[in-house]
Design a protein around this ligand. Structure first.
Ligand SMILES: NC(=O)c1ccc[n+]([C@@H]2O[C@H](COP(=O)([O-])OP(=O)(O)OC[C@H]3O[C@@H](n4cnc5c(N)ncnc54)[C@H](O)[C@@H]3O)[C@@H](O)[C@H]2O)c1
Length: 347
């Protein structure tokens, strides 16, 4: 039997991946790990609760993590666990360093000491920073240029992953950078579920600055499929040239090449909800250091591994809005437990 250890499993993408895995590989043993931090929601795993084992462990705690590895001896590890909210990182950067840097390294070290078939670290487009004028998109060869405490912590975790790839080539470590995800089970402090739940509670929708920040959007199911493809791919040894050409490392950028401005997304969602955008949008002060534009090129994962996105943005967004409308109990329980999720980073 194949054993998977999935961290950050009570968060948005981790939970979607656990659902995906249980459906795709019904015989597999799935160990779901999460330290149940602010962004977590154990109810995200309710639909698969009888099919998985859950462990409340902090990935930055080496002793606890190693004990878990030795107990379950996972074949495959996917590390989704991270503090992930840019606004919260401005208020409290330290917790981001613990999860996104120390946590990433502890996970790598556990996979070194208790060997696994493959270890995949989930990273983000945001480590590349802001796209310069005139450049079409980032690639796996682009330099890391993080600007915010969240993306800097993720970029530092990335560097540790790259160092392990090159220092311990006998380990099988892989990494993905993904565009912005949308879909079910996303905490309503992020743009799309925040605006849907605001409208459903009769509140206006905040738009940072002019709202013309451009974002690259991918449905979470396409991200799950990309992760599984990278995790299971037969990849050869790391070529020598990778020391100076990072595109040769087992790193894959994931995107549907679907670029939309934040303002456009807000308008589309409001129309889906039958609301007149101009009556519901409220422009608020922009976040410091807010990246204007980023886009990544998924050519490597497309040509080398045959992955392609399957969810059309328009239908994916319609289904996502419908999911939050149909699952009011899910998000009302979150507001009841966590209070108002809108962050005032200026305090
Ligand atoms: N959401 C996106 O659009 C997006 C895009 C690209 C990449 N990513 C990456 O995907 C991963 C998952 O993102 P998400 O949107 O699901 O985030 P999320 O905040 O919804 O979930 C993250 C989960 O990790 C858990 N966690 C954090 N620190 C932990 C620790 N030290 N030990 C154990 N658990 C811990 C949290 O409790 C939470 O449940 C992150 O690494 C993120 O950087 C996200």
């Amino acid at each position: 039997m194949t054993t998977y250890l999935i961290t950050g499993a009570a968060g948005f993408i981790g939970a979607n991946y656990v659902h995906f895995l249980v459906d795709k590989e019904p015989e597999a043993e799935v160990i779901a790990v999460d330290y149940l931090g602010f962004a977590s929601n154990l109810a995200n795993l309710d639909p698969v609760a009888d099919r998985i084992q859950f462990a409340a462990v902090d990935i930055a705690d080496y002793t606890e993590m190693r004990t878990l590895y030795e107990r379950y001896r996972p074949d495959y590890v996917v590390n989704f666990a991270a503090e992930s909210h840019n606004d919260r990182a401005i208020v409290d950067p330290s917790s981001f360093v613990r999860s996104n840097v120390t946590g990433a390294q502890v996970m790598l070290e556990c996979s070194r000491k208790v060997p696994v078939t493959a270890h995949l670290h989930v990273s983000t487009i945001e480590v590349y920073g802001e796209l310069p004028q005139g450049q079409h998109s980032f690639t796996e060869a682009s330099p890391l240029n993080a600007k915010t405490p969240y993306s800097a912590a993720k970029a530092a975790g990335d560097q540790m992953v790259r160092a392990y790839m090159q220092t311990y080539p006998e380990l099988d470590i892989r990494m993905t950078h993904c565009a912005n995800n949308y879909g079910p089970y996303q905490l309503p402090e992020k743009l799309i579920p925040l605006m849907i739940t605001n409208v459903l509670r009769g509140r206006k929708v905040p738009v940072y600055g002019d709202g013309l920040q451009m974002r690259d959007w991918l449905h979470v199911l396409d991200h799950c499929q990309a992760i599984h493809t990278v995790l299971k791919a037969e990849l050869g040894p790391i070529p020598e040239g990778a020391a100076t050409d990072t595109a040769l490392l087992p790193i894959f950028d994931v995107s549907a090449r679907h670029e939309v401005s934040n303002l456009d997304i807000v308008r589309r969602v409001l129309r889906e909800l039958g609301k007149e955008p101009d009556e519901w949008i409220e422009h608020v002060a922009d976040r410091p250091n807010h990246d204007r534009r980023y886009l990544i090129d998924p050519s490597k994962i497309e040509t080398q591994l045959g992955w392609a996105p399957t969810v059309e943005f328009e239908s994916g967004l319609t289904e996502t809005v419908a999911w939050y409308v149909d699952n009011t109990d899910w998000w009302q329980a979150i507001f009841k437990q966590k209070g108002d999720l809108q962050v005032d980073w200026s305090k």
